[in-house]
Design a protein around this ligand. Structure first.
Ligand code: TPP
Length: 302
C-alpha cells in the first residue's frame, strides 16, 4: 500500500505525484509531512478527502520550513527522537517565494528533511516561470513573440545555494532513478540536522508533453546532462551518475511544447551551457572533464 495514495487529483502522468509516491514509500510511516502550497497540496488534500496516509499539515510558501522547525522542536521537547519532519515543496516555493524561510531553517540547522519536487515552473497557478525554469522555456510569463523567445536567463543552482548554508547534506535526484533517490532519502533520514533533496519531476501539463512519457522525459534530462544526480556531503561533491554517452540536448528539448519555438542559436546555447556546467560539475567532483569547453561555448551569450 502506497503511503501517498492513488485517488489524488494530479494529472495523469504527473511527475511530482510520482515523486511523492517514491518519497513516502521510501521514508515509511514515521514521518510528519509539512506541505507548502502548490499543486501537490491542492491535488492531495482537498477537504474532506486526503491522499496522505502519514501525518500531514498544509502550510504557506512563506513559512513551511518555519512550521517544520516548530514541529521538529516540539517532537524533541516530547523526547521523540525518531519521527522525521519532512517538508514537501515545489520549486516556486523553494527557489523563490519561500526561500527566506528555507534559508532561516538551514541557518538554524533544524532537524528537517526538505524535499523540493522540481517541475521547473509554477504549475498550480497556470504555468508561470520560476527560478527553476530553464533558459529558453516558454511559460505564461516568459512568452514567445517577435522580441522575446522564452526565458532569457538560466536556472538557479539551488542545491549549491542550499549547501552553501553549511548543512551536512544536499543532493539532487530524479523520479526516473528510483534506486539513487532511495539511497539519498535514506542517507538524509539518518542525519540529524537540516538536509535537502531536489527531485526533477517533469510536469506534462506545464512543459507540454503526453503524460505517458513523463519518465522518458525525466530520464533524458539526466542523460543529456541538463539535470545531474549529485550530492554535496559535508561540503564534498559527488557525482552519482556520469553518462558515458551523453545524449544531445535537442532530443530532450524537442519532446516538449515549451521549447518548440527554439531557433538554432538557442539550441546551440543550451548545448554549450550543458557542456560547460557539466565540466564544472566533473571538476568539483574530482573527475576529469570529458567534453572540452570550447572558447565558443564560453562566449555563448544570447
Ligand atoms: C505568497 C504567495 N504568493 C503567491 C501565491 C499563489 N500561488 C499559489 S500556488 C503557486 C505556484 C506554486 O508553484 P510551485 O511551488 O512550483 O508548485 P507547483 O504548483 O508547481 O506544484 C502560486 C504562485 C500564494 N499562494 N502565496
Amino acid at each position: 500500500m502506497h503511503l501517498f495514495a492513488p485517488g489524488h487529483s494530479g494529472c495523469p502522468g504527473c511527475g511530482p505525484s510520482n515523486a511523492l509516491i517514491q518519497v513516502c514509500d521510501t521514508l515509511g510511516k514515521d514521518i510528519i509531512i509539512v506541505n507548502a502550497t502548490g499543486c501537490m497540496e491542492i491535488t492531495s488534500s482537498q477537504y474532506p478527502q486526503t491522499a496522505w496516509r502519514v501525518p500531514y499539515i498544509h502550510s504557506l510558501f512563506q513559512n513551511a520550513p518555519a512550521v517544520a522547525s516548530g514541529v521538529s522542536r516540539a517532537l524533541k521537547a516530547q523526547g521523540n527522537d525518531h519521527t522525521k519532519v519532512v517538508v514537501i515543496a515545489g520549486d516556486g516555493s523553494t527557489y523563490d517565494i519561500g526561500f527566506g524561510s528555507l534559508s532561516g531553517m538551514l541557518e538554524r540547522g533544524d532537524d528537517v528533511l526538505y524535499v523540493c519536487y522540481d517541475n521547473q515552473l509554477y504549475a498550480n497557478t497556470g504555468v508561470q516561470k520560476s527560478g527553476a525554469t530553464p533558459y529558453g522555456a516558454s511559460t505564461t510569463t516568459t512568452m514567445v513573440g517577435s522580441v522575446h523567445k522564452g526565458k532569457e536567463n538560466e536556472r538557479k543552482p539551488i542545491v549549491e545555494i542550499v549547501a552553501a548554508h553549511g548543512i551536512k547534506y544536499a543532493a539532487s535526484a530524479s523520479i526516473a532513478y528510483y534506486a539513487d533517490l532511495q539511497m539519498k532519502l535514506r542517507k538524509a533520514m539518518a542525519i540529524k540536522g537540516s538536509t535537502f533533496i531536489a527531485i526533477d519531476a517533469p510536469c506534462c501539463l506545464g512543459a507540454g508533453f503526453d503524460g505517458g512519457i513523463t519518465m522518458k522525459v525525466a530520464k533524458l534530462s539526466v542523460q543529456s546532462r541538463l539535470w545531474y544526480l549529485f550530492e554535496i556531503e559535508n561540503g564534498k561533491y559527488k557525482l552519482n551518475f556520469n553518462p558515458s554517452n551523453p545524449k544531445p540536448v535537442r532530443e530532450y528539448l524537442e519532446m516538449q511544447k515549451r521549447f518548440k519555438h527554439l531557433d538554432e542559436k538557442q539550441f546551440e546555447h543550451i548545448q554549450n551551457q550543458a557542456n560547460l556546467t557539466y565540466n564544472e560539475m566533473l571538476e568539483k567532483s574530482g573527475l576529469a572533464p570529458k567534453i572540452e569547453a570550447t572558447a565558443a561555448a564560453e562566449k555563448a551569450q544570447i
